[in-house]
Write a protein that binds this ligand. Structure first.
Ligand code: SAM
Length: 154
């Protein structure tokens, strides 16, 4: 199984990158894991709606036939950690790969949300996309430890 976490835009502050790298390393013990970063289209002087549409096209071009696409959005479904681990486990037993998508400053285009197998909310609050990436990657690590019955999750 392969898990990819695709995000739009860079962590200009550098605040979150060490945590992301730490959890990426840990996740690598459980699954093939890849971080994918794409440039924000808003930097290309497009209007916000056009930028989101351009990003949607680039995001959807990364989807492979065996991927379950999970779009991160504050209006999505709220799962607890065990429910997320079950979702990951279902993908694993179904020989599916997981492609998680975190949007940029403007959020995700409706085309990405519509194409998703799951729209996942981390909370009803809006998080900066880089912080959302840290929370998600920790929850993915947690999900694999739950699937293995390891004591990390209490
Ligand atoms: C700054 S937010 C964009 C907010 C934008 N106004 C919107 O309506 O989507 C950037 C990205 O971070 C992720 N994100 C932020 N808060 C989130 C939350 N509570 N749950 C899930 N994803 C979140 C989403 O992928 C979102 O597209």
């Amino acid at each position: 199984m392969k898990v990819r976490l695709l995000s739009i835009g860079k962590d200009r502050s550098g605040l979150y990158e060490p945590a992301v790298q730490e959890y990426a390393k840990r996740l690598g013990h459980y699954t093939r894991f890849e971080l994918v970063e794409m440039a924000e289209a808003s930097g290309k002087r497009l209007k916000p709606g056009d930028a989101k549409a351009a990003e949607a096209e680039a995001i959807l071009s990364k989807r492979k036939p065996q991927d379950w696409l999970v779009a991160l959005d504050e209006r999505g479904s709220l799962l607890d950690s065990v429910e997320l681990s079950r979702y990951v486990g279902k993908a694993q037993t179904g020989a599916k790969d997981l492609l998680f998508i975190i949007g940029g400053d403007e959020g995700l285009d409706a085309r990405v949300r519509d194409a998703a197998n799951l729209t996942l909310s981390l909370s009803k609050m809006t998080l900066p996309h880089r912080l959302a990436r840290v929370v998600l990657i920790e929850q993915l690590y947690r999900a694999f430890t739950i699937l293995k019955g390891e004591p990390y999750h209490k």
